[in-house]
Ligand binder design. Structure first.
Ligand SMILES: C[S@@+](CC[C@H](N)C(=O)[O-])C[C@H]1O[C@@H](n2cnc3c(N)ncnc32)[C@H](O)[C@@H]1O
Length: 236
């Protein structure tokens, strides 16, 4: 899985991926111009505690965060499936954000707030225990050991994911990079507030029947083989 080239990196706080790619089409520019002001989370909102009540007119009973949504087909799929839920989608890559907003534009769904920067800026600001699920699908592998601290699932970020998840909430991830899959499992199951969801360990190489594929799910990255599906419960 390779969406952002590490050689293209533009450090931006905690984000080390690619921020912009090929020239945006008119429809994507139009979607950015019209929907980002309406749906974007303002950086000023991150200065204090960010409450769901600040993001949604009526705080949703069920709220889902997707970190690094790429071009957003998985997020759109979740939204179609749960029209009453609230969604937060974070993607720093402008072409990805523009594609998601372009695809969202013709639909009436507006139960989503988006942020185009490092996910941890939002996660760190969010109030405690407000999310039901966090999806982090095919995160950048950052193969070199000296870059492991850039991985989006690591000890310090897991503390924050646990803090913002409700009791019984879930962290859901996937990768086709075996080393990264092992890293995610090792870090998450070693964490005092997470454990495999029931049966998820036995089935981690079998796609759950509720899984929504995204555009890149079948494309391989360097060192990639089969997809691993990881579902963890917040236990404490
Ligand atoms: C390999 S792509 C996967 C995209 C999508 N989840 C998928 O499965 O097709 C990783 C994505 O994570 C995003 N990303 C990397 N670092 C991030 C961060 N700190 N916060 C939010 N997104 C990040 C990248 O811009 C990129 O779109």
């Amino acid at each position: 899985m390779a969406c952002a080239k590490s050689s293209d990196k533009t450090p931006l706080r905690g984000f080390y991926g690619r921020r912009a790619g090929k020239k945006l089409t008119d429809s994507r520019i139009d979607a950015l111009e019209t929907l980002l002001p309406e749906l974007g989370i303002d950086e000023a909102q991150l200065e204090g505690t960010l409450k769901l009540a600040d993001l949604f007119p009526a705080p949703p009973a069920h709220t889902i965060l997707e970190i690094g949504f790429g071009t957003g087909e998985h997020l759109l799929g979740l939204m179609e499936r749960a029209p009453d839920a609230g969604f937060i989608g974070i993607e720093p890559f402008i072409n990805g954000m523009a594609t998601f907003l372009r695809d969202l534009k013709p639909t009436p769904m507006r139960n989503v707030r988006v942020f185009m920067d490092d996910a941890m800026m939002v996660v760190d600001a969010l109030e405690d225990e407000c999310l039901d699920k966090i999806y982090i699908l095919n995160p950048d592998p950052w193969h070199k050991a000296r870059h492991h601290k850039r991985r989006i699932i690591r000890e310090d970020t897991l503390y924050q994911y646990a803090r913002v998840l409700k009791p019984g909430g879930q962290l859901i991830s996937s990768t086709d990079v075996p080393d990264l899959a092992e890293w995610i499992v090792e870090k998450t199951t070693a964490h005092e507030r997470f454990d495999w969801a029931d049966g998820a360990q036995e089935r981690w190489k079998t796609k759950p029947d509720w899984w929504i594929d995204n555009k890149y799910a079948t494309k391989g990255a360097k060192g990639a083989s089969e997809m691993h599906y990881m579902v963890f419960d917040k236990t404490l």
